[in-house]
Design a binder for this molecule. Structure first.
Ligand code: GLC
Length: 651
C-alpha cells in the first residue's frame, strides 16, 4: 500500500519495533544478560526479518483495532521461545545459517515411518540408528506422534495436543532424546505441523464446546446452515466416501463447525490473530525439541473466502511466510516442507525461500506411475520439462509412495498437448492400478471414490502397485524379475532426478500390501491402511540371506543411495529433460561441479534403442561409462536398453 508514493510500511515496522523491543528487553533483562552475545545475533535476525513479518501480519490482521497488541504478542513469543531454545540447537542455527543450502547435497536421503509400526515406541528408534546408517539416511520423517482421539484419528492427523506425545509411543523427553541422538549421527528429524485443524478433543475445541467465546473464535462455527450452504456451493469433498459436505453439526457446541477433512478435524480460523499466535508458538515449541523440518500439512486449506473453493487463497501463503519469518528469527535452523497435493500450478506457489524451502513433488510421483502403466513417457517428459524448476534455495522432496493415496494431479492441458484425454486417462490409471484392466499387474485399492465427479484415488504399497505381490502369489520368477526391475527403475529416477529422495519405510525391503485393516473397525473405511504396514523385523534376518527378495531390495536400495552420494552431478535440483526420440525412453541431464550425467530410463516392457548422440551431441561416439552398473556401454549402434533398465552415463 502506498501513501502519496511513499511506502509507509517499512517506517511503521521500524517504529513499532522501536517501541516494543526496549520494553520487552527490560522485562526479560535478567534472562538476556547471560546470553548477551547470542541475543545480539537474535537482534540482528530480528532487524533483518521484522519488516517482512510486520508486513505479512499487517496484511492479515492490520485492519483489527488491536493490531499493536498482536505485534507485541508475536514479538514476546519470539523472545520467549528463543530464550528456551537449547544451547545445541542455537549452535545448529549458526551452522545452518553458515550453510543454508545444506539440504541440496547429494548426501541427503530420507525415510518416512510410523513409529508404532516401525519400532513400537519412540525411545526404541535409537536402537535402529545402525539400520538407518546402513541405508545411508540423513533425514527421518516421523508420522504424527501427538495425543489424538482414541477412536478414529486420521492416522494421527487429528491432533489433541501439540505438546504431548501419544503415551503409547512415549513422551516429549523421548522426542528430545531421539532428535539429539539422531542429530549426532547426522540425521535430521522431520515432524508434521498439522495446523489447518485440530481434533475436536483439543483443549481449544473443548473450551469452545464449553461456550468460551474466545475459543469459539478459534474455529468457524455457525448457528444454522445459512452461511455453510453459501460456502458449500464452491467446496469440494476431500473424503467423499466418509461424508458429503465440509460442515459438521456438533451437539455439545450446538452449532455447525467447518471440517474440511473428517468430522472430528475442526478447521482453525486464521482470520483470528490469536489462532496465528497460538499455532506459531506450537511451531516454535517443536523446533525447540530438535525438529529440523516441519512438514506443513494441508497448506492449501488455511484460508476461507466466500465464493471461492477456499483452497490456495493468497492469505494461506501470507500465513506461511509469516511463520517462516518467525522461524528465521527464533529458530533459523528450522525448514518447512509444504504438503500441497493440488494442481501443479498451485504446488509451486508454496515453494520459495521465504515460504517453504522444501515441497513434496506430487506431480513427479503421479507421472512416474503414469509412465509405468502406459509405458509411454511423453506426458512425464513434457511436464517435467516445463514444471521442474524451483526458485534458488529450494528443493523437491521426491517420493514414490507415502502414507497417503495417489491422486492423478497432472495438468489437463499438459495431457492434451501430448494427445491424451485427461478425464479418460485418469479413469484408466485408477483402473489399471486397482487391477481392473485385464493384464494389469497392480494390486491397489480404490480410495475415496467420488460418485459425483467420477474421481478415484489409489492406495497400495510400491511393490504391490508395481506387480510384486501378484508375481509372488503366482510364484512366477519371470514376473518377479519384471516387478523388481520396475521398482528399481522408479527408485533410480527418484534418487537421481534432482531433489531429496524420500523412501517410505518398508519399500527398502519390498513390503507388499497388508489387508488386516479390513478387520479393524477403526481402519476399515480408510483404504490407505493397506499400505501402512508393520515393519517386519523378521525380514531383517532375511536380509542376511542373499537369496531372498527382501535382501535383494535392501541391497538395491542402499546401493542406489550410496551411488547418489558419490556423484557431485546429483547435487541440488538442476535438471534438463532430454529428447530421446523414443516415447518409451525418459532422459535427463544432471550437471554440477564439472560432472555431467545423462540418465536414460526405459519404461517399456520390451527392449528399446535410441541414438544417444541424437539426444546430446556431446555423448561420445564409441562408449561411455554407466555409473549405475559400473560398466562401459557401447553406443556406436545406438543405446540399447532392456525393459525397465536405466543407465547413468558420465559424459
Ligand atoms: C494430509 C495428510 C493426510 C491427512 C490430511 C488431513 O493430507 O497427509 O494423511 O488425512 O492431511 O490432515
Amino acid at each position: 500500500m502506498s501513501n502519496g508514493g511513499h511506502d509507509w510500511k517499512p517506517e511503521q515496522a521500524r517504529k513499532s519495533l522501536r517501541r516494543l523491543l526496549p520494553e520487552l528487553e527490560e522485562e526479560f533483562a535478567s534472562q538476556l544478560e547471560p546470553v548477551a552475545f547470542d541475543w545480539h545475533r537474535f537482534k540482528n535476525r530480528l532487524n533483518r526479518e521484522w519488516e517482512r513479518l510486520f508486513s505479512y501480519l499487517h496484511e492479515l490482521y492490520g485492519w483489527q483495532y488491536d493490531f499493536h497488541y498482536t505485534l507485541e504478542r508475536v514479538l514476546r513469543s519470539l523472545i520467549q521461545s528463543w530464550l528456551e531454545r537449547p544451547e545445541p540447537l542455537r549452535r545448529l542455527d549458526e551452522k545452518r545459517e553458515a550453510d543454508p543450502e545444506w539440504f541440496q547435497s547429494q548426501e541427503m536421503v530420507g525415510i518416512v515411518l510410523y513409529v508404532d509400526l516401525f519400532s513400537d515406541r519412540l525411545a526404541k528408534l535409537k536402537d535402529h540408528i545402525p539400520y538407518f546408517k546402513k541405508l545411508g539416511l540423513t533425514y527421518l520423517h516421523l508420522m504424527p506422534l501427538f495425543v489424538s482421539p482414541h477412536g478414529e484419528n486420521d492416522g494421527g492427523y487429528a491432533v489433541s495436543d501439540y505438546r504431548s506425545i501419544n503415551p503409547d509411543l512415549g513422551s516429549i523427553d523421548d522426542l528430545e532424546e531421539v532428535t539429539a541422538a539422531l542429530r549426532d549421527e547426522g540425521i535430521s528429524v522431520v515432524l508434521d505441523l498439522v495446523f489447518n485443524h485440530t481434533s475436536d478433543e483439543h483443549q481449544w475445541a473443548m473450551r469452545a464446546k464449553a461456550g468460551d467465546p474466545d475459543f469459539m473464535a478459534f474455529y468457524f462455527t455457525f448457528p444454522d446452515r445459512e452461511l455453510p450452504d453459501q460456502f458449500q456451493r464452491y467446496l469440494r469433498d476431500i473424503f467423499p466416501e466418509a461424508r458429503a459436505g465440509s460442515f459438521t453439526w456438533d451437539d455439545e457446541l450446538g452449532r455447525w463447525v467447518w471440517t474440511t477433512f473428517n468430522s472430528y478435524q475442526w478447521d482453525l480460523n486464521y482470520a483470528n490473530a490469536e489462532v496465528f499466535r497460538a499455532m506459531a508458538e506450537e511451531m516454535l515449541f517443536l523446533a525447540n525439541r530438535g525438529v529440523e523440518v516441519l512438514r506443513l500439512d494441508a497448506v492449501a486449506f488455511l484460508w476461507k473466502r466466500l465464493g471461492t473453493d477456499c483452497e490456495n487463497q493468497p492469505e494461506a501463503h501470507t500465513i506461511i511466510r509469516a511463520f517462516n519469518a518467525m522461524a528465521r528469527i527464533a529458530a533459523p535452523a528450522l525448514l518447512f516442507k509444504s504438503e500441497a497435493i493440488v494442481h501443479p500450478n498451485e504446488v509451486i506457489r508454496y515453494v520459495h525461500p521465504d515460504e517453504c524451502q522444501l515441497s513434496y513433488n506430487p506431480l513427479l510421483m503421479a507421472l512416474l506411475w503414469e509412465a509405468l502403466a502406459t509405458q509411454d513417457v511423453r506426458l512425464l517428459a513434457h511436464s517435467m520439462r516445463t514444471r521442474y524448476r524451483l526458485p534458488a534455495g529450494c528443493a523437491w522432496i521426491n517420493y514414490l509412495r507415502c502414507h497417503d493415496d495417489i491422486g492423478w494431479t497432472f495438468d489437463d492441458d499438459d495431457a492434451r498437448s501430448v494427445g491424451i484425454d485427461p478425464r479418460a486417462h485418469r479413469r484408466f490409471l485408477s483402473q489399471f492400478y486397482t487391477g481392473e484392466i485385464p493384464g494389469s499387474y497392480a494390486r491397489g485399492k480404490k480410495f475415496q471414490q467420488n460418485a459425483l465427479t467420477g474421481d478415484v484415488r489409489v492406495a497400495g504399497t510400491l511393490s504391490s502397485l508395481a506387480g510384486l505381490e501378484d508375481a509372488l502369489e503366482r510364484n512366477d520368477s519371470e514376473l518377479i524379475e519384471r516387478s523388481v526391475r520396475r521398482i528399481t527403475l522408479l527408485m533410480g529416477i527418484q534418487v537421481s532426478i534432482g531433489g531429496l529422495p524420500l523412501l517410505y519405510a518398508g519399500d527398502e525391503y519390498g513390503m507388499v500390501n497388508d489387508y488386516t485393516y479390513l478387520t479393524d473397525p477403526r481402519k476399515v473405511k480408510d483404504s490407505r491402511w493397506v499400505h501402512r504396514c508393520k515393519k517386519r523385523w523378521e525380514a531383517q534376518e532375511d536380509l542376511a540371506d542373499a537369496d531372498t527378495i527382501e535382501w535383494r531390495f535392501f541391497r538395491e536400495t542402499s546401493k542406489l543411495f550410496k551411488l547418489r552420494k558419490q556423484l557431485p552431478a546429483l547435487y541440488d535440483g538442476g535438471m534438463e529433460v532430454v529428447d530421446t526420440g523414443n516415447p518409451h525412453l525418459f532422459a535427463y541431464l544432471r550437471s554440477h561441479a564439472e560432472q555431467r550425467l545423462l540418465v536414460v530410463a526405459n519404461f517399456s516392457e520390451a527392449t528399446q534403442t535410441s541414438d544417444a548422440r541424437f539426444m546430446l551431441p556431446s555423448v561420445p561416439e564409441g562408449e561411455a561409462l554407466d555409473r549405475l552398473s559400473g560398466h562401459r556401454v557401447a553406443l556406436a549402434d545406438g543405446l540399447v536398453l532392456e525393459h525397465h533398465r536405466a543407465v547413468w552415463l558420465e559424459l
